[in-house]
Write a protein of this length. Structure first.
Length: 114
């Protein structure tokens, strides 16, 4: 499984970005997909998850501002990020989980300026 993340960049506080993650394998439909982030000097943390049936889960710090979704026809998971603030600055990583196996994409950098 290969995960290709894209969509990061520099945005002003209050702005929006949309991250995408393309999954290469045939197991996408049955995988739990997620986004994690890691800020400089901090541990990697869960941002949002979506199960194969569409159930979502969010970190408290992003609930109401971020939306995770998936398109099973495109093997892609998205993270719509609105009302961004400088505390959201981090490298964002796509994650896939299937039958106890974990897969990670490369990070995509998000920088929010104040």
């Amino acid at each position: 499984v290969q995960l290709q993340a894209s969509g990061g960049g520099l945005v002003q506080a209050g702005g929006s970005l949309r991250l995408s993650c393309a999954h290469s394998g045939i197991t996408f439909r049955v995988s739990r997909m997620g986004w994690y982030r890691q800020a400089p000097g901090k541990q990697r943390e869960l941002v949002a998850q979506i199960t194969s049936t569409g159930t979502t889960n969010y970190a408290a710090s992003v609930k109401g501002r971020f939306t995770i979704s998936r398109d099973n026809t495109k093997n892609t998971v998205y993270l719509q990020m609105d009302s961004l603030n400088p505390e959201d600055t981090a490298d964002y990583y796509c994650h896939a989980a299937f039958l106890g196996n974990n897969y990670w994409g490369q990070g995509t950098q998000v920088t929010v300026s104040s």
